[in-house]
Write a protein that binds this ligand. Structure first.
Ligand code: ADP
Length: 255
């Protein structure tokens, strides 16, 4: 049996008095494609922000590639991880956000090259080569010298994907990456994700409202409800066959 690439162990997250995640247990295996669905406010984004180390769990552990995200061994004792440890573990993880988060003053090529040179310490010429390959792959080969402001939302989102992909993460996180797009631009972004899901070995976690898309590409669908994983199974089991009334109610609003 393969080792999971990510493990959540009884993870809780509160913001002040708001108990958002109430005991998440989840193993994610290498190459697995997982879709997280659920009502607004159920904690979907928080689950993936925790993995990206943008938030720290209130309780519980998150293990990535065998390393505890927030704890490290030092002198035979476990203590809170330092920034260097976090940076190392984070190298396994790529994330694409709803609002792109590109560097506005850099060309799209430099948006990809900069993290490779700064974080991965790659030689500039190599970084340029790899970035061009990835931009070609997401269909932006003509646009190396364009700036984010001159691209459509769909193009910006494809740059954001290329920028995450050049880092060769073991796991990619997609947080509602189509929900800020005009409807006619959604298809081109889903097409890139579909291609990645088919071609790439990396694990993928998608928070999405695109039910048909989740059904098509996900190996496993999780229904998050009020901070717990209320249903988990194949897309067909969760989306088509579950009789959980809360899930039925949620799906009715998307169908
Ligand atoms: P979802 O992605 O399912 O819509 P979120 O994970 O974004 O849900 O949010 C879950 C709950 O946590 C919401 O009630 C939200 O208001 C709250 N929350 C998220 N981030 C913060 C924060 N930084 N400070 C306070 N409350 C937050």
């Amino acid at each position: 049996m393969m080792e999971p690439i990510v493990q959540y162990k009884d993870v809780h997250k509160s913001f002040g008095d708001t108990h958002v995640l109430k005991g998440i247990n989840l193993d994610i295996y290498p190459t697995e494609k997982i879709a997280i669905i659920g009502p607004s406010g159920s904690g979907k984004t928080t689950i993936i922000r925790l993995l990206m180390t943008l938030e720290e769990p209130t309780e519980g552990d998150i293990i990535v590639a065998g390393e505890n995200l927030w704890k490290m061994e030092s002198g035979g004792k476990m203590k809170t991880a330092n920034e260097k440890h976090l940076r190392e573990v984070r190298k396994n993880i790529g994330m694409v956000f709803q609002h792109f988060n590109l560097f506005p003053h850099k060309t799209i090529l430099d948006n990809c090259v900069t993290p490779l040179v700064q974080v991965k310490k790659m030689k500039k010429s190599e970084a340029v080569e790899l970035s061009k390959q990835m931009l070609d792959r997401v269909g932006l080969g003509e646009k190396y010298e364009a700036y984010p402001a001159n691209l459509s939302g769909g193009q910006k989102q494809r740059v954001a994907m290329a920028r995450a992909l050049v880092m060769k993460p073991k796991i990619m996180l997609f947080d509602e990456v189509t929900s800020a797009l005009d409807p006619e631009l959604v298809g081109e972004v889903l097409e890139v994700i579909r291609d990645l899901a088919e071609q790439d070995e990396m694990a993928m976690v998608l928070v999405t409202h695109e039910m048909d898309f989740a059904l098509e590409i996900a190996d496993r669908v999780l229904f998050l409800d009020d901070g717990v994983i209320a249903e988990s199974g194949t897309a067909d089991e969760v989306i088509n066959k579950s009789d959980n009334p809360r899930l039925q109610d949620f799906l009715r609003r998307f169908r």
